[in-house]
Design a protein around this ligand. Sequence first.
Ligand code: GDP
Ligand code: PGA
Ligand code: MN
Length: 610
Amino acid sequence: MTAATIPGLNGTDDTVPTKHAELLAWVQEVAELTQPDRVVFADGSDAEFERLSNQLVEAGTFMRLNEEKKPHSFLAQSDPSDVARVESRTFICSEREEDAGPTNNWMAPDKMRSIMNELYRGCMRGRTMYVVPFCMGPLGAEQPKLGVEITDSEYVVVSMRVMTRMGQAALDKMSTDMPFVKALHSVGAPLEPGQKDVPWPCNDTKYITHFPETREIWSFGSGYGGNALLGKKCYSLRIASAMAHDEGWLAEHMLILKLISPEDKVYYIAAAFPSACGKTNLAMIHPTVPGWRAETLGDDIAWMRFGEDGRLYAVNPEFGFFGVAPGTNWSSNPTAMKTIEAGNTVFTNVALTDDGDVWWEDLENQPDHLTDWLGQPWTPDSDRKAAHPNSRYCTPMSQCPTLAPEWDDPQGVPISAILFGGRRKSTVPLVNQAFNWQHGTFMGATMSSEQTAAAEGKVGSVRRDPMAMIPFLGYNVGDYLQHWIDVGKNADESKLPKIFYVNWFRRGDDKRFLWPGFGENSRVLKWIVERIEGTVDAQSTPIGYVPTASDLDLEGLDVDPNDVDEALAVNKEDWQAEIPLIEEWLQFVGDKLPTGIRDEFEALKNRLNS
Ligand code: GDP
Ligand code: PGA
Ligand code: MN
């Protein structure tokens, strides 16, 4: 294979930055299918970022923000129809339907390939096809997890540079026969000669497709983050979860936090919450409990494997943060604000101020006049939101002021506690410790959350979301739960992380949150650490070990004590009402439901009835 055989390649043979035969063959095949005007290998350099961001400004996709307020930063407003992950259009195309399981959309790989090949045919006409090499996790890993995204979107190239270790350095790791994940993306909006482009090209027909056996991703029709930045949810969760199942490790939807006690003892904590349920905020927490400090390792994804010492070590595969903007402010999350303000940030679907800065709901200093995310004039009297509820900032992790020094260590960090959590206005207490690993797996398996704006669907309806992975599982959920149980069986339980279930979102009768959340969650983290050390009490309840208010450090907390009691309450009737919902979910999981989960369910019912 030579470069000359790649139609549209920008340069001559010796400008092709790789000799990887499989990569070159794939690039050629995709170029022949999609017929771009040009093919460009992305190198990840500053110059390339400059060139592409200027091009995006000219195309009207990017607005350059006020250099003094948001240095070297841009705002993109998407097509109003392309604002979130599209779970109904997301497919796991395993050879056998049962391997995709009851929680995923499935289609036979051959059938999907033929449908998508027709969509891809000529879909890059009039555009540039970028070949974007990237690495998930540290480049210094013994076996770096490589990928190449082919895309026709400059927005994607620029965002991938923030979110992954992208460009020449990743390509250099790809020696000639190194395996890599093939990730193909097109916005699905070819341009006829003379046709003017729109600021946010996309297609009404969308497919976000995964072929877990061949470790491939095919995405068509959307430019939105989780649908288009294929290193994130598609690779690091859906494909990686299938790899992890085959190879005996865990790819999880978890933040990684480093907590430092007043005695300078370090604890690493991983936490799985569904999208828009507080991962980024907890990852950047400013503890309000005196003497406690926190540092950030990751805000969305953790890859965990056993170290030689029998402990579970976590690595964050990502390189940037793709955070929910609304709700982020100097009081709720100053760390995110500082990371963003350091510059080099791409905002999507937030509002624009008259002086070229950005604004979103709950940010301080609400202006009297704005341009909203739809490009319309907006004032505080307007009856709609200025920023889309799923509007995002995309910003480099390296700018995070609380970044832990060990963030790029290929070894990862040993995890002491795993937290599961969701958004439940009732029933689920502020914090609840599992009796053991299998019980913790049951907690994760049956966790539930109210739907958010991070994906299409009815906001507020409760759904079961095992380990916050329901939209991100690359295989059968029953096999996945068995995998979690096996991880525990094959380990020395005393070295395994302790498992906790948290709920920051319980509400009182008047709908207000019972717990102040954010930095005050450090009071819960402190109790968790004390449970690990065995230095604090808890009540043994039918659902697990739950603290009373006196077990928590509430010094200086400005909250009605009744609210704290209500946040911690385990109400038997509420849990009895939860049982049929859990039953329904376990039935839905079907034949592959592990016996261990069924046993835990029976034990829970017995405890509730005794
Ligand atoms: P992620 O998508 O899981 O990373 O979630 P984020 O951390 O971005 O948070 C999503 C939304 O939940 C934002 O609007 C936050 O302000 C809000 N949020 C995060 N943590 C808390 C908390 O402890 N309490 C409350 N009430 N809201 C929170
Ligand atoms: P998150 O996911 O909400 O978990 O940060 C990003 C996404 O929706 O693509
Ligand atoms: Mn997040």
